[in-house]
Design a binder for this molecule. Sequence first.
Ligand code: 13P
Length: 253
Amino acid sequence: MRDFLVAGNWKMNGNNAANAELVAGIIAGVPGGGGFSLLVCPPFPYVGAVSAQAEGSPLKVGAQNVSEHEKGAYTGEVAPAMLRDVGCEYVIVGHSERRALYGESSEQVAAKFVAAQDAGIIPILCIGETLEEREAGTTEAVVDAQLDAVLDAAGIAAFANAVIAYEPVWAIGTGMTATPEQAQDVHAHIRARLAGESEAIAGDVQILYGGSMKGENAAGLLAQPDIDGGLIGGASLKADDFLAIAQAAASLR
Ligand code: 13P
């Protein structure tokens, strides 16, 4: 059985004082038992401080974005090795907000995925369709194209050391969660597509669901056979809300 990964994407929220309180609250309330990991992804300036605070605890730390370049004249960018240097174990790549608001292409996302892995960081690849695409019946084609860009650049073997997050754009920050069945259908499709390349890797890769996940709907989503955790925005900003999802995961393992 795959372990769950319950990951908080703080997006552009927080400050030193609030983060310290949030992290202390999460660490104090980590559910007992095994079979799940907890991760928080603060904004860049706080990754080092949160890593230092989380050291020695079960809480892992990631970032929300990374440069596809190794180093050099890229003003304003953050290199994968820098993230590693400040204690970062994971990085989100291809979040729909980066694709939509900052024009990141699937090819650029694939380059970030590869650069992160080269620096020893586990990429969390976000894929998902808009409402328009879902209504047009193109959900599978959209996630296939987003996945294929990474398969083309990195190959199936790279997914032995990566996480996928299915985040339907219409469910992000809207309170409109995908039903467990809607999410499971897409998760199963993603896994089947990877299984076409390697059954073993497809069987092991964690596929998280993201989009208005919260304590009240987490258990139903996490009980689905191909949902291996969550990538949580709004409900990751309060320790109790985040821990409610962690509890749901813990109780299913
Ligand atoms: P919400 O949980 O706020 O819908 O955000 C989901 C998300 O985008 C996580 O990356």
